[in-house]
Design a protein around this ligand. Structure first.
Ligand SMILES: [Zn+2]
Length: 183
């Protein structure tokens, strides 16, 4: 296990995102083509949802007795939930921002398709890269999608997540072979 990471010096993590919204690129006056309010509407809408589902997941895991760190900045992607004891990390992904393919919740906005496609593809690729990095460090990376947390599916999803965390512990080996369950 990699046990370092006590990044003590150079606290220069000045996320320019603090204020939220206007982070999107605005090159060459392109932004003017957007329908007014569209982008910020989408952003705030989805952002809000994201945080809600993260909270949902954390609350559940906590209630099941798991202890974890949240939004750990030491790791790529700042995993929503980090469970060192279980060598596991959980990302709670909004279907839109993380381009959940084949998902009914992932739909490109009607205007500025190119802008969004490029942006979301970047997100998507970054996710994949970060996942690979983390796995290379020995973490089990578990992704929970927003659409799996709708009222109807929530309970099942959270139960499955819990199982994934606590059952797949032995050195990254995931028990997919049925057979006798230890415990
Ligand atoms: Zn989805």
């Amino acid at each position: 296990m990699a046990g370092q990471a006590s990044a003590g010096k150079g606290g220069k993590t000045v996320a320019a995102e603090k204020g939220g919204r206007t982070v999107a690129t605005k090159r060459g006056g392109k932004a003017e083509k957007y329908e007014r309010g569209t982008r910020s509407y989408i952003m705030s809408h989805i952002r809000g949802k994201d945080t809600k589902i993260e909270v949902l997941v954390r609350r559940y895991l906590f209630a099941r007795g798991l202890r974890f760190r949240k939004n750990d900045k030491r790791y790529p992607g700042h995993p929503d939930v980090v469970l060192p004891k279980w060598h596991a990390m959980v990302f709670v992904n909004g279907c839109f921002w993380h381009m959940h393919s084949g998902c009914p919740k992932y739909r490109l906005p009607k205007s500025n398709v190119e802008f969004w496609t490029a942006k979301l593809l970047r997100n998507h690729e970054r996710d994949a890269r970060q996942k690979a990095e983390l796995e290379a460090q020995g973490w089990r990376v578990i992704v929970v999608w927003e659409c799996e947390l709708t009222k109807v599916r929530r309970e099942q999803t959270l139960e499955r997540l819990y199982r994934q965390i606590v059952d797949g512990t032995d050195d990254g080996q995931i028990q997919d072979k049925g057979g006798d369950e230890p415990r």
